[in-house]
Design a protein around this ligand. Structure first.
Ligand SMILES: Nc1ncnc2c1ncn2[C@@H]1O[C@H](COP(=O)(O)OP(=O)(O)OP(=O)(O)O)[C@@H](O)[C@H]1O
Ligand SMILES: [Mg+2]
Length: 321
């Protein structure tokens, strides 16, 4: 492959400038979430029967896969399953009231009831912490029923185990796993902006990359790793069952006729891609074909301006070297 005009180092520089959330900014956002957590813990010491058990940073800030365009801070809140209501509307109201009590110095206007979560807004920074309830019955590995932010249904899973799963993949490919996640998420974000019907959930991107990395795909050269990712999507067409043996034995996932099957590493009855129909799948495959073609062309182009133009088909007009 020709790297004369745009190579691995250029993608690294682009990622630093345009894609990645800066380390300091990530630190600040994490600190803000942790202050809420500490506040809750202090309150719980005096009110152990309060029904809230634990707050935990989840999502991309916890996994180290956040983009510069991050919009809110994801936090999971473990609530005692036997004291919280289970109907979603009542659960959100119940959680909001408890957060208002535990965070007494917050104005009521800073705490907002959303459809499937409660958000807490910081006045100074404007940052929003999105607090997602997990109904919890005491599992030592913190399995519980996570409220899906897409549908409001209960998904049995474990956020700490997800963090551990991603941590293992990051340890196997330091820097590169998280960077590839961010590059593909950035690509998917551009596709979402130009096509309302395009969906590609971040967690699905992470799981597909983990699946490929586990099978030996090299992540240390970004043009090649991007090409490997897109080639997989274009050839496999998301037909393979994607599952992991970290926390359950191989072959235990329930058979399903869902068009895309990407099993939660923690629960082989939870298809993370359950909401993706054949049209959603086909759009991902088509976009991957386009991206793969563009990278092929970029690697063959004779001039620098042509090469950059092809990479812009993948990374948008802000791509430059
Ligand atoms: N369908 C699901 N089943 C189980 N857990 C889920 C599911 N959807 C989300 N989660 C949990 O929520 C976390 C965050 O979800 P998601 O990957 O969609 O967002 P993110 O990593 O915060 O990315 P973004 O940068 O897009 O906000 C996941 O790491 C996982 O722990
Ligand atoms: Mg998030």
């Amino acid at each position: 492959m020709s790297r004369e005009h745009v190579g691995h180092g250029d993608i690294v520089r682009f990622a630093d400038a345009r894609v990645n959330l800066k380390r300091d900014d990530a630190g600040e956002l994490r600190a803000q979430a942790n202050r809420l957590r500490d506040k809750l813990e202090t309150y719980l010491k005096e009110h152990p029967e309060f029904g809230l058990k634990r707050m935990l940073l989840s999502g991309s800030l916890a996994k180290g896969t956040a983009l510069k365009s991050i919009s809110d801070i994801d936090v999971a809140c473990y609530v005692a399953s036997d004291s919280a209501p289970h109907a979603i509307g009542e659960l959100i109201e119940w959680l909001a009231k408890r957060l208002e009590t535990a965070f007494a110095n917050f104005k009521p206007s800073q705490i907002t009831r959303k459809t499937y979560s409660v958000s807490v807004q910081f006045i100074g920074t404007g940052n929003e912490v999105d607090i997602v309830p997990i109904l919890y019955s005491g599992d030592p590995q913190w399995r519980g029923d996570l409220i899906s932010q897409d549908t409001g249904e209960q998904l049995m899973t474990s956020v700490p185990m997800h963090l551990d799963f991603i941590r293992k993949r990051k340890a196997a490919a330091p820097q590169h796993f998280a960077q590839m996640v961010r590059l593909i998420k950035f690509w998917a974000g551009l596709r979402k902006r130009e096509d309302e019907g395009f969906r590609f959930k971040s967690f699905m991107i992470e799981l597909i990359l983990a699946y490929l990395a586990d099978r030996g795909i090299a992540l240390n050269d970004y043009p090649e790793a991007m090409q490997s990712f897109f080639t997989f999507l274009a050839t496999d067409q998301l037909g393979s069952v994607i599952a992991f043996t970290d926390y359950y034995p191989a072959g235990t996932c329930v058979p399903t006729s869902d068009p895309v099957r990407i099993w939660d590493p923690v629960n082989c009855e939870n298809n993370v891609a359950k909401l993706y129909d054949t049209a959603n799948r086909d759009r991902i495959v088509e976009a991957a074909l386009d991206a793969g073609d563009a990278i092929d062309s970029a690697l063959r182009a004779m001039s620098k301006s042509d090469t950059v133009r092809y990479w812009q088909k993948v990374f948008g007009p802000s791509f430059d070297v």
